[in-house]
Design a protein around this ligand. Structure first.
Ligand SMILES: Cc1cc2ncn([C@H]3O[C@H](COP(=O)(O)O)[C@@H](O)[C@H]3O)c2cc1C
Ligand SMILES: O=C(O)c1cccnc1
Length: 337
């Protein structure tokens, strides 16, 4: 993959997204209709098989190679007291991922997913976006390119997740920039801030909206001005997956917010994405509603790290096992209704 070089090159890529293979989806739908079950009885599993066929371009899709890409970044706004944990935890958790001790390590291994953790300049926090841009253009483009480059050849499913203390405030600010509304309408408790912390989060979002004003009306500029490196990299990975026809599982509030600019830039920009779960982070459900994404799981998780996306791979594996392995009525000699 050649580097994109500028925001305008990224924008051009977003305006010319492949549509997937409607013929393969149609063939998968036709196969579902003749498998040995009452029509529609596998519910959403049938839609998932069709979705995977559409994006993999094969009527019998597989997940032999699933990858989870976890991007880590550091945020200037942590100095505003917006997290229940210190900023140093970001680097410490990167070490924990490498040692195999985090939740996502267990969930990825259990679901047969290759896990890659990509730290993005974690020793250099982004700017405090209440007082200036989070990133200059070079830093933003470098982070998007890092996300694009992280999608490995041959991946058949990409899960995206993040680590970055303070990033639920970043995600809330980006949501307010993209969809409107005030800080209090988009913030949640993240790692577990108290009421005073929640108020500081809302104030931080509002201060950023006030500082940047109309410059936030462009989705890519919003992602640069009030985003973060790990969110930009998720955006890049989701874009690259689309360009290569690879389906994506989004994780929680932060990962979904990171991908959201693509929906704003292009009609159906996230149609190759599934929401792995709805996080307990307050506004994730509303964000998914705005993006017309229906989550696969609702387990009260609010961790991030790609944990919900990795867990949901099991559901997709179940859907594809039925789709590929079931006998048809004709093969099994079972009477149709
Ligand atoms: C030990 C630990 C492990 C984590 N894994 C993911 N996060 C999650 O929490 C952070 C966002 O919440 P906030 O905006 O409140 O800081 C992100 O790093 C996210 O991935 C973690 C947070 C902690 C403390
Ligand atoms: O839903 C998320 O992405 C989330 C929630 C809490 C903390 N970190 C991430």
């Amino acid at each position: 993959m050649a580097g994109t070089g500028s925001i305008e090159t990224i924008r051009a890529l977003c305006c010319d997204l492949p549509a997937g293979d409607a013929g393969a989806a149609q063939a998968a739908r036709a196969r579902q209709a003749v498998l040995t079950k009452p029509p529609g009885s596998l519910g959403r599993l049938e839609e998932l098989a069709e979705f995977m066929a559409h994006w993999q371009g094969r009527d019998i899709p597989t997940i032999d190679k699933a990858v989870a890409l976890i991007f880590a970044g550091s945020h200037g706004i942590t100095q505003r007291g917006v997290s229940a944990f210190p900023a140093a935890v970001t680097a410490q958790m990167v070490g924990n991922f490498a040692a195999g001790g985090a939740a996502v390590n267990q969930l990825a291994r259990q679901a047969g997913i290759d896990l890659t953790v990509v730290p993005l300049d974690i020793d250099t926090p982004t700017g405090d976006f209440t007082q200036g841009p989070a990133m200059d253009e070079a830093a933003f483009v470098a982070a998007v390119d890092a996300g694009r480059a992280a999608v490995p050849d041959g991946a058949q499913l990409v899960c995206v997740g993040e680590m970055g203390i303070g990033n639920t405030t970043v995600a809330a600010t980006l949501c307010a920039a993209l969809f409107g509304g005030t800080g209090s309408e988009w913030v949640g408790r993240g790692t577990g801030v108290n009421d005073a912390g929640l108020a500081r989060k809302a104030e931080t979002v509002d201060a950023a909206l006030g500082f940047h004003g109309d410059r936030l009306s462009d989705p890519l500029e919003a992602a640069r001005l009030v985003g973060g490196r790990e969110l930009a990299a998720i955006f890049g990975a989701v874009l690259e997956a689309r360009l290569r026809g690879v389906p994506v599982l989004l994780d929680g509030f932060v990962a979904t917010a990171a991908a959201a600019p693509l929906a704003k830039l292009a009609e159906g920009g996230l149609s190759h994405c599934l929401a792995g779960h709805v996080s307990a982070e307050a506004q994730h459900g509303r964000l998914l509603g705005r993006l017309e994404l229906r989550p696969l799981l609702d387990l009260g998780m609010r961790l991030g790290e790609g944990s919900g996306a990795c867990l949901a791979v099991n559901i997709l594996r179940g859907a594809l096992a039925c789709h590929s392995g079931m006998a048809t009525f004709a093969e099994a000699g079972v009477s149709e209704g």
